[in-house]
Design a protein around this ligand. Sequence first.
Ligand code: ZN
Length: 117
Amino acid sequence: MSQGPSGGFSRNQTFHSQKNLPALGLPGQTIGNEFARNPQGLVFDTVLGGGAMFVDPPLISSNLAVNEGMMFHESLHELGLGDKEIQETLHLTVDSKNTMNITDKLEKDCVNARGNH
Ligand SMILES: [Zn+2]
């Protein structure tokens, strides 16, 4: 069991044993098997309201701007905002199964917008 820099949590940490782990976790589910069940789609998992952010390194984009957009996206979760709330606030299609529109919007407006680099 290795522990990363995310507050001492490990990949084998169960969601239910820490009240501040992601609310979507099921009892007994680990961070590792959450990533394993979504091998192509779950890059980050962030605790709403702060505390920890988990990353599945093989899925990180090679595009720096995409990664920066993703970090903005996840940082909003650290502030306590859920995907639905972010999508509504940014006037995006609300879709709990596809939240990449948040990352795309933040990348476009906050990273690649004219005058930002
Ligand atoms: Zn999200």
